[in-house]
Design a protein around this ligand. Structure first.
Ligand code: S3P
Length: 446
């Protein structure tokens, strides 16, 4: 891309002084989607505090309203009056899930348990992502659907509300697939089971239990078997959303690569199914100290202090992928400043996220003078000084955009992104938070 073709949504970052300060991680995106969806299913009033007010979550709130829930934003909480015993109704218009893969896949599962017909749409990125991974097992349970080629949106889903339970083993560990099937299982007579070879994030299991469902988890020779017994109507509870470790990852890596930095991130969820990045950075030699461990909303949270560190390349074990699947782009930025090579394999799932994140991350690094090699199931990064000076194509992907801006914080020349507007899907306060700790970022490029 040439400079003259950069739109006004372009942003840039440049070599910054030491990052210093204390910030609070924004609400967790996965838990925020679930709090709204579970609240919409439940009988009674769910009050949510700490909800992430990102565009993805607002799309899920609108979607839940169109299925019949009453959702209201208060001064410092959200209230959801759920559909309860009456169940979901068919939305009057297409349900636009925006950029949110978690939103659309979980809502399809939740809707499947009722007598509904619903058409789901999304933005260009979401419309390119495969929905068959959820629609196929839901079809085994009894729904029918129309989709575009490759099981893509727009999708029209029809359910009679009388589903049969299944015992399903997906080809890859995926919390979205697991959650969609468990949510459909709530409206299904009998026991619905999903077997995961490697455990994916377990927020659905934890929250379903809190909302009164019978969920069992068994470790077997084939992996983790998670079952729900239906039919069951969830009962409203109050939810406190903990801080998002996937968003905390950006100021953490920013501090690690910027000389002299010392930053504290408060309120970070430390659920073991989400902390793979922190383990990997620690193996790379990062100064990361977590303290003030406490429980909030059924999850362990802590405050993390991070200081600039001399990092070294590592090989990330493929079995760690489910606990850090969204964090490889920002890990690649840490790897670019480390000594030696970081090898990341067994992460083919990255190709079907908001963008093909393997090729987008490789292109991000190469545009800024970092040596990388791309494989079908991953990539490697050879660390050292980062030239910068490149313009990164973000493909409507918030994590590619934020990773590129963090890369620029210690690069020889500024790093520019073509579009930063979609950062608001997951981290609306990103620029304010980064500028508050001293990061030099330009948000008004003409
Ligand atoms: C999520 C699960 C992950 C992750 C996504 C959020 C969730 O996707 O990439 O950002 O909230 O369940 P997969 O389950 O497809 O791996």
């Amino acid at each position: 891309m040439t400079v003259s073709s950069i739109a006004s949504s372009a942003k840039s970052s440049e070599r910054s002084p030491a990052l210093i300060g204390t910030v609070r991680a924004p609400g967790d995106k996965s838990i925020s989607h679930r709090a709204l969806i579970f609240g919409a299913l439940a009988e009674g009033v769910t009050t949510i505090t700490g909800l992430l007010e990102g565009a993805d979550i607002l799309s899920t709130a609108d979607a839940m309203r169109s299925f019949g829930a009453n959702i209201k934003k208060n001064d410092d909480s959200w209230t959801v009056i759920g559909c309860g015993e009456a169940g979901f109704i068919s939305p009057k218009a297409a349900v636009d899930c925006g950029n949110a893969g978690t939103g659309v896949r979980l809502i399809m599962g939740a809707a499947a348990g009722f007598t509904v017909e619903a058409t789901f749409t999304g933005d260009a990125s979401l419309s390119s992502r495969p929905m068959g991974r959820v629609l196929d097992p839901l079809s085994d349970m009894g729904i029918t659907y129309d989709a575009q080629d490759g099981g893509r949106l727009p999708v029209t889903l029809r359910s009679s509300g009388r589903l049969s339970p299944i015992d399903y083993t997906p080809p890859h560990a995926s919390a979205q697939v697991k959650s969609a099937i468990l949510l459909a299982g709530l409206g299904t007579e009998g026991v619905t089971t999903i077997t995961e070879p490697t455990l994916s994030r377990d927020h659905t299991e934890n929250m379903l239990k809190a909302f009164g469902a019978q969920v069992t988890v068994k470790t077997t020779g084939q992996g983790q078997k998670v079952s729900v017994e239906g039919p069951v109507t969830l009962k409203a509870v109050n939810v406190t959303v903990p801080g998002d470790p996937s968003s905390a990852a950006f100021p953490i890596v920013a501090a690690l690569i910027t000389p002299g930095s010392d930053v504290k991130i408060e309120n970070v969820m430390m659920n073991p199914t989400r902390v793979g990045l922190f383990e990997t950075l620690t193996e790379m030699g990062a100064y990361l100290r977590s303290d003030n461990f406490r429980t909030s909303g059924g999850e362990i949270i802590a405050d993390i202090e991070v200081k600039h560190s001399k990092l070294r390349g590592v090989t990330v074990p493929p079995e760690r992928a489910p606990s850090m699947i969204d964090e490889y782009p920002i890990l690649a930025v840490a790897a670019a400043y480390a000594s030696g090579t970081t090898m990341m394999r067994g992460i083919g799932e990255m190709r079907v996220k908001e963008s093909d994140r393997i090729s987008a991350t490789v292109a991000l690094l190469q545009a800024n003078g970092v040596q990388t090699a791309e494989f079908e199931d991953g990539f490697s990064v050879k660390g050292g000084a980062v030239a910068g000076g490149g313009t990164v194509v973000t493909h409507h992907d918030h994590r590619i955009a934020m990773s590129a801006l963090v890369l620029g914080l210690n690069a020889d020349a500024p790093v520019t992104i073509d579009d930063g507007t979609m950062i608001a899907t997951s981290f609306p306060a990103f620029f304010d938070l980064m500028k508050n700790i001293g990061a030099v970022m330009k948000t008004d490029i003409k």
